[in-house]
Design a protein around this ligand. Structure first.
Ligand SMILES: [Zn+2]
Length: 244
């Protein structure tokens, strides 16, 4: 199993929920609005015996007319057509932006990975499409409904005998997490409920979680299990430690 972080870079985010690029070498956090959070935005590619799996899809950040995510894939010798599965923890903008692409002539959206099956919790999709919430871009996500490339997941199950998915519901009401098992190795992707290494080690409730207490308790539980069972954890928002 090979794990490749596909960072779109560092960004700050404040109450406006807009992600602003942040150059760690040049920019100063004090110069961003008060309460700004500094985060990496980092989808992961996991190459297994049978699949090329993308875990969350980033902001869909564009640089010079090209999607950063596509450039990152190309850097490692992959094209969008190589992806066989896309596993979505949840559908907030910074996780689902790279999932869709806009047709510049017709201004319609389509899936960005033509050969991939997309896995999303069925209630997360409903929530993203039918509630007014600034964290979701429902216009872009509409194409996920009634789409034969999209598998709508229930609360818990196993995909193809080796990917375990489970409802977690701490960060967004219908957030889910994944374990990938191969060759006695366990890779854990906790999305925004295990976003950074330091959050796993410290006990605190965040303001931006839907159910902060639940998210905190899940982090503690996973951190203990991870240490006992030697998991590798993929940190989507960590500046500096993508894999722990
Ligand atoms: Zn989120």
């Amino acid at each position: 199993m090979k794990i490749i972080p596909l960072s779109e870079g560092a960004f700050t985010i404040d109450q406006t929920k807009v992600f602003v690029p942040f150059d760690i070498a040049k920019d100063k956090l004090q110069e961003r609005p008060r309460g700004s959070l500094l985060v990496e935005i980092q989808p992961f590619l996991v190459v297994t015996q049978n699949d090329v799996i993308l875990l969350d899809t980033g902001l869909g950040f564009m640089s010079n007319g090209v999607m950063q995510l596509h450039e990152n894939l190309a850097l490692y010798g992959f094209s969008t057509n190589d992806i066989t599965k896309v596993l979505m923890s949840h559908l907030h903008r910074d996780h689902s932006g790279g999932l869709t692409l806009e047709d510049p002539y017709h201004h319609t959206w389509h899936l960005g990975f033509s050969n991939a099956t997309v896995y999303v919790h069925h209630k997360e999709l409903d929530f993203a499409l039918y509630t007014q919430n600034a964290s979701y871009d429902s216009e872009r996500l509409k194409i996920l409904a009634h789409n034969d490339k999209v598998v709508l997941l229930n609360d818990e199950g196993i995909i193809d005998g080796y990917i375990h998915h489970q409802f977690s519901g701490g960060h967004s009401p219908f957030h889910q997490v994944f374990w990938i098992h191969e060759d006695k190795k366990i890779v854990f992707f906790g999305g925004d409920e295990a976003p950074q290494l330091h959050q796993m080690k410290t006990k605190f409730v965040t303001k931006y979680d839907h159910d902060g207490k639940r998210a905190m308790e899940l982090r503690q539980q996973w951190w203990n299990q991870a240490n006992n069972q030697n998991w590798r954890i993929l940190f989507y928002h960590d500046i500096g430690t993508p894999i722990g």
